[in-house]
Design a protein around this ligand. Structure first.
Ligand SMILES: [Zn+2]
Length: 161
């Protein structure tokens, strides 16, 4: 065995894989989104998924999408991208990249821009027609943040957990 393995996963597969695995932590019954922030030299800096702030019980807050503002999830949940940004306590995220399983909303786009992230690698863009994502793309482009569609290899990876 003098030669290295050739079927190892790529950096893109690795980081999008971490984002997808992070999404599996979400308690949201409808939407599970994950994010992984990576330095320009391919070191993982932070991860996040959509959920409630620390101390707010997953069992006491609403997870629905309908009804009055105080009775649905939107006022209470934090998106995966913002959680990944806030989870990072190591210093600056300047010049990093963020891998996301779903294109960031306008609110997350603002946080991405303001913390110095320079590239967004996204998988799904299923809300591309919404005002939120249109506004997000407009701001990311204005700020010079590179937007990159993740190119799936189609590879299946299974884990025994
Ligand atoms: Zn968002």
């Amino acid at each position: 065995m003098n030669e290295k393995r050739k079927d190892y996963i790529s950096w893109d597969e690795y980081f999008m894989g971490v984002a997808k695995l992070s999404a599996m932590r979400s308690k949201d019954p409808n939407t599970q989104v994950g994010a992984c922030i990576v330095s320009m030299n391919n070191k993982i800096l932070s991860m996040g998924y959509n959920g409630l702030p620390i101390g707010c019980s997953d069992d006491e807050y609403p997870w629905g999408r309908e009804g009055e503002p105080l009775d649905n999830k939107y006022f209470y949940t934090t998106h995966s991208e913002l959680n990944a940004i806030l989870n990072y306590r190591g210093g600056s995220l300047e010049n990093s990249k963020i891998y996301v399983t779903l294109f960031p909303c306008n609110e997350c786009a603002k946080a991405i821009i303001q913390c110095g992230i320079k590239a967004v690698v996204y998988d799904s863009d299923k809300y591309a027609d919404t005002a939120s994502v249109i506004a997000s793309k407009r701001m990311l482009k204005s700020a010079g943040v590179e937007i990159i569609k993740y190119q799936s290899s189609g590879r299946k990876v299974s884990l025994d957990l």
